[in-house]
Structure formats: C-alpha cells, structure tokens
Design a protein around this ligand. Structure first.
Ligand code: IPE
Ligand code: IPE
Ligand code: MG
Length: 233
C-alpha cells in the first residue's frame, strides 16, 4: 500500500510528563503542546492529508485537578480565538466533536464562531475532540435512535445508519491512529470508528512531536498491509 492516509487521528499524550521532566507545572506542558498542534496542522496541509482529528480533552479528563482543567479550558478558548483567522485563510475547516454542552459557555461560543467562520473551507478538516468520549458518543447515538424509533422515523438499524448518529457522521474513519508518549491504550477515543485503523505508538512526548515524526508515522503506515478481514497478496 502506497497511498497517504486520508484521515489521521492523534492521541496527543505526554504534556504532563514533558513539564515534569523540566520541573515545571503541568500546564506548561499543555502550553508547549500548542506548538506541536501547529506543526502537525501545517504538515497535514502541506502533505495533503484532508482529515486530522486531535484528542484534546476526554470525558474522563474532568477528574484532574480544578486548576489544570480550568487552565486547559482557557487555553483552548484562547487558541481557537487567536488561530481562527489564520486557519480560515489557510483553508482549514474547524469541527468540534464531543459533549460541547458541558463546556464553559465562553468556550462553547468560541467553538461556534470558529466552526462558522471556517465552514466553507475544505482543504484540511481539523476535528478537535473536546469533552469527547467514545462511550458517551455511542450512548448519545443510541438515545437519538430511540427518539427516532418512538417518532416512527426509524424501524431498523445497520452499521451505516448507526454511524449517521455519531458526532463523526460526515467524516471518513481514521486510517492511522498515532499515540504519543508511549501508552498502549485507546483511552476511550473513537471506539466505533477505529475498527480497522492502523495504530502507531511513539515514545516521543507530544510537545516534542515534529513534522519529521509525523512523516515517519506516515511512512510506516504506507508499509502496512491493510486486510479488513480479507486476504492480501
Ligand atoms: C495529554 O497530556 C493532554 C491531555 C490529556 C489534555 P497529559 O496531560 O495526559 O500528559 P501526561 O500523560 O500526564 O504526561
Ligand atoms: C487521553 O490521554 C486523552 C487526551 C489525549 C486528550 P490521557 O492522558 O487522559 O489518557 P490515560 O488517562 O493515560 O489513559
Ligand atoms: Mg496522559
């Protein structure tokens, strides 16, 4: 297989460890992680990868200390606010998936604005998973399906119909899932969508992740043989 992944998803992990190694507060690691986000977005645009999903805040990350959670929410809002004009100019469409109704109102408003201002772009779809959990996504899909059945709009489901009730309904499944900082787990990310996604795990901590690291992951992906349950020569 030689083709580029159409959709890359990244579990951006290791910000806390990056800060700890330097004797800095954990939030400094999240601030440093912004640089890696910029590099990866830029690289995907340059290479021509049309979908990039970044795991930004999980439904379980609320368990962290209040100071870290509040710092992350502020960082997200500030970054969306300051980066949106450039993203708009560069053909990037911002899409947010997750339980946005539980986020601080100011962040919800900024998300709405960023999505609206970039809605006509399509060079790169930048999907930010914020307050996202794969299980929560599946449950909310089931709830909507129950409603549709009660209203008499639906009387059966299949995989395609189910997918249409997920946050990712208009997006292709990820081809490549990258996790930084070495943990070998999925941490409730895109559970339904990664059924046949190729995994790539690197020990590099997220703030240190560069375009070269991304290219290495893509090179390895290109060498993989995807079989989807069938047989490949
Ligand atoms: C990932 O980095 C960013 C978020 C989960 C928001 P971590 O903060 O999980 O970094 P480590 O795992 O503690 O190093
Ligand atoms: C996954 O990282 C969530 C994000 C990167 C946003 P975590 O650091 O929260 O995952 P665990 O707790 O190590 O599984
Ligand atoms: Mg972590």
């Amino acid at each position: 297989m030689d083709s580029l992944p159409k959709h890359i998803a990244i579990i951006m992990d290791g910000n806390g460890r990056w800060a700890q190694q330097r004797g800095l507060p954990r939030l400094e690691g999240h601030f440093a992680g912004v640089g890696a986000v910029r590099r990866v977005v830029e690289a995907c645009r340059d290479i021509g990868v049309p979908y990039l999903t970044l795991y930004t805040f999980s439904t379980e990350n609320w368990r962290r200390p209040k100071e870290e959670v509040e710092g992350l929410m502020l960082l997200l809002r500030e970054q969306l606010r300051s980066q949106t004009p450039e993203l708009k100019e560069k053909g990037v469409r911002v899409i947010v998936i997750g339980k946005r109704e539980e986020l601080p109102l100011e962040l919800q408003e900024q998300i709405r604005q960023s999505e609206e201002e970039t809605a006509s772009n399509s060079d790169l779809h930048l999907i930010l998973a914020i307050n996202y959990g794969g299980r929560a996504e599946i449950i909310q899909a089931c709830k909507k399906i129950i409603q549709a059945v009660k209203k008499g709009e639906l009387d059966d489901i299949d995989e395609n119909i189910f997918s249409a009730y997920l946050y990712t309904k208009d997006l292709p499944d990820p081809d490549l899932l990258i996790r930084t900082a070495g943990e070998k787990r999925v941490s409730n990310f895109l559970l339904w969508q990664i059924a046949y996604t190729e995994f790539y795990i690197t020990d590099t901590l997220w703030p240190d992740f560069t375009k070269e690291d991304l290219l290495l992951a893509i090179e390895e992906y290109k060498r993989r043989k995807r079989k989807f349950g069938g047989l490949v020569e």
